[in-house]
Design a protein around this ligand. Structure first.
Ligand code: FAD
Length: 465
C-alpha cells in the first residue's frame, strides 16, 4: 500500500471524545489526521444535545407565555413561528460549526471529510465526500464512531419513513398530531416540546412506565406531567404494525393488556434506543473486536483488542452521554501521559431536560434493592422548597438514598425545576465521599433549590451511628 499517508495520530469520528483527542494531540505537536463523514464536532452540537435543548427552551418560553396572565403579563394572542424557532437553533448550530472548524484548523489537524473504513491494522481508507479515496495510517488510532437511532423491525415502519430525532429537530412546520414511539428521554423531551408548540402528541411506550430505568415514583410523576400537558401516553403498548406515511397520515397499531389500539396521527417519531456505528467499517481487518451488542470491546482503560487502538464514547459501550464521552477522552489522555485512570466505578450524572427536569446521580431505589445495598431514603416534595413558590413551579420531588452503614449518599433523584443544578451540588458531596450530614448541616443560600437539601436530610436520623 504505497499510497498510504502516515500520521502519528489518526482519529476516526470527530465527536466529543474524538475531537478532544485530535485537538490535544495536535496541540502537543503530533502529526494528526481526523476523519469525519458529516457532523464536524459530532452529534452533540449538530443534531443532539445542543439543538434539542435549544428547541426545548423555545418550547418552554411558549409554555411560560401561555401562562403569562398568572405572572401579571397580559398579551392578546400567542402565535408560534416554527421557522423562527428553527432560525435560532440553526444560528447556534452554525456558530458551533464555525468554532469546531476554526479550532481544528488552528491546531493544524488534517481534517478529512468522508466515510472511513479499516483496510488493514491501523489503516483506514476514506471514501471522500468530494469523490475519490485516501488512505491514512496512524501509529496510534482513536475511534469515536458514535451511535444512531435504532429502527425496530415492525411491519410497515420503514415504509412509513418515520422521523428520528434528526428530522424532528429540524422541522420548519408543526405536526398536527405527532406519534412518538418510545418513552425514553429523547422521545419524552421532544414530545413535550412539540406539544408545547401546539401539536397533539401521543407517546407509545412498551414498558410499564415512562423512563423505565427510573423508579416507579419518577415514572408516575412524568406520566402526571404529560397528562396535565395534554399528551396522551400509552403504557405497556407494543407497536405491531404501522400504516401510512409520516408527514401525511399514519396509523399505528399498538397491542397492550387491554387489546389493540389504533392511534392515528400525521407524523411519526421513532426513539427506542441507539445502535453503535460499528457495522460495515472493516473492524475485522484491524483486529478490533465487538461485544455481543455490537459495541467495540474495550478494557477499563478504553484500549481495544488491537494494540495502539482506543475506542471512546457511545461506540465503546460507555453510558451514552456527552459528558461521559468527554470523560473517556480524559481517561485515555491521562493514561497516555503515564497515568493510571480507569472507567470503573464512575459516578455518572444523568439529566432529562423535560420541564421540569429529571436529574439523577447514583442509584435508584430499584437498583439498590437489586444489588442488596442497605439504604435509608429521604423524600421531599419540591413544594416544600420556598424557591419553587417564587417561580410558581412546585411540581415534583427530590429523593436521596443514604448507605445504611457508611452514611454516604448512594443515589439522588430530583424531578423539579432546576433539578440538574441541584443534582450537581449533591454529586460534589458524592465525589468527595462526604457523609450526608455534611450537606444536612451546611448553610445554603435562601431562597435556592439547594436549600431544600437541608430540609430533605433533616428527616433522616444519623444513620452513620
Ligand atoms: C436527541 C438527543 C439528545 C441528546 N441530549 C443529550 C444531553 O442533553 N446530554 C448528554 O450528555 N447527552 C445527550 N445525548 C447523547 C449524546 O449526544 C451522545 O452520547 C454523544 O454525542 C456521543 O458522543 P460520541 O463522541 O460518542 O459520538 P458522536 O458525537 O455521535 O460522534 C461520532 C462521529 O463519528 C462520525 N462517524 C461515525 N462513523 C464514521 C465513519 N465510518 N467515518 C467517518 N466518520 C464517522 C459521525 O458522523 C459522528 O460525527 C443526546 C442524544 C440525542 C440523540
Amino acid at each position: 500500500m504505497d499510497d498510504v499517508e502516515k500520521y502519528e495520530i489518526v482519529v476516526l469520528g470527530s465527536g466529543e471524545a474524538g475531537k478532544w483527542t485530535a485537538w490535544t494531540m495536535a496541540d502537543a505537536g503530533h502529526r494528526t489526521a481526523m476523519v469525519e463523514r458529516k457532523w464536524l464536532g459530532g452529534s452533540c452540537p449538530n443534531i443532539a444535545c445542543l439543538p434539542s435543548k435549544n428547541i426545548i427552551y423555545s418550547a418552554r418560553i411558549a409554555s411560560l407565555a401561555r401562562r403569562g396572565a398568572e405572572f401579571g403579563l397580559e398579551m392578546d394572542r400567542l402565535r408560534i413561528n416554527m421557522a423562527g424557532v428553527q432560525d435560532r437553533k440553526r444560528k447556534m448550530v452554525e456558530e458551533e460549526h464555525q468554532f469546531h472548524a476554526k479550532r481544528t484548523a488552528d491546531a493544524g489537524i488534517e481534517l478529512i471529510m468522508g466515510e472511513g473504513r479499516f483496510v488493514a491494522p491501523k489503516t483506514i481508507e476514506v471514501a471522500l465526500n468530494d469523490g475519490g479515496t485516501r488512505r491514512v495510517a496512524g501509529e496510534r488510532v482513536f475511534l469515536d464512531l458514535g451511535s444512531h437511532s435504532t429502527m425496530p423491525d415492525i411491519p410497515g415502519l420503514a415504509a412509513a419513513n418515520p422521523m428520528t430525532h434528526i428530522e424532528a429537530l429540524d422541522l420548519d412546520r408543526l405536526p398536527r398530531h405527532l406519534i412518538v414511539i418510545g418513552g425514553g428521554y429523547i422521545g419524552l423531551e421532544l414530545a413535550q416540546a412539540v406539544r408545547r408548540f401546539g401539536s397533539e402528541v401521543t407517546v407509545i411506550e412498551r414498558g410499564a412506565q415512562l423512563a423505565e430505568r427510573e423508579d416507579p415514583d419518577v415514572g408516575a410523576a412524568l406520566f402526571d406531567l404529560f397528562h396535565d400537558e395534554g399528551i396522551d401516553v400509552l403504557l405497556g403498548a407494543q407497536v405491531s404494525q404501522v400504516e401510512g406515511h409520516s408527514g401525511k397520515q399514519v396509523r399505528v397499531h399498538a397491542e397492550g393488556g387491554s387489546g389493540e389500539r389504533i392511534v392515528e396521527g400525521t407524523d411519526l417519531l421513532v426513539s427506542v434506543g441507539r445502535t453503535p456505528n460499528t457495522k460495515g467499517i472493516g473492524l475485522e481487518h484491524a483486529g478490533i473486536e465487538l461485544d455481543e451488542h455490537g459495541y467495540i470491546e474495550v478494557n477499563d482503560r478504553l484500549e481495544t483488542t488491537a494494540s495502539d487502538v482506543w475506542a471512546m464514547g457511545d461506540c465503546a459501550g460507555s453510558p451514552q452521554l456527552t459528558h461521559v464521552a468527554y470523560h473517556d477522552f480524559r481517561v485515555v489522555r491521562d493514561n497516555l501521559k503515564g497515568g493510571n485512570r480507569t472507567t470503573k466505578d464512575r459516578i455518572v450524572p444523568f439529566c432529562m431536560f423535560t420541564d421540569p427536569e429529571l436529574a439523577r446521580v447514583g442509584l435508584t431505589e430499584t437498583e439498590a434493592k437489586r444489588d442488596k445495598i442497605e439504604y435509608r431514603v429521604a423524600k421531599l416534595p419540591m413544594a416544600n422548597v420556598l424557591r419553587t413558590h417564587t417561580i410558581a413551579e412546585p411540581r415534583g420531588f427530590m429523593k436521596m438514598l443514604i448507605g445504611k452503614e457508611s452514611g454516604e449518599i448512594v443515589g439522588f433523584t430530583a424531578f423539579g425545576i432546576e433539578a440538574s443544578e441541584l443534582m450537581a451540588a449533591v454529586q460534589t458531596a458524592m465525589v468527595g465521599r462526604l457523609p450526608y450530614t455534611v450537606l444536612r448541616d451546611a448553610i445554603f443560600a435562601h431562597p435556592t433549590m439547594a436549600e431544600g437539601l437541608v430540609f430533605l436530610l433533616g428527616q433522616i436520623e444519623n444513620v452513620a451511628g
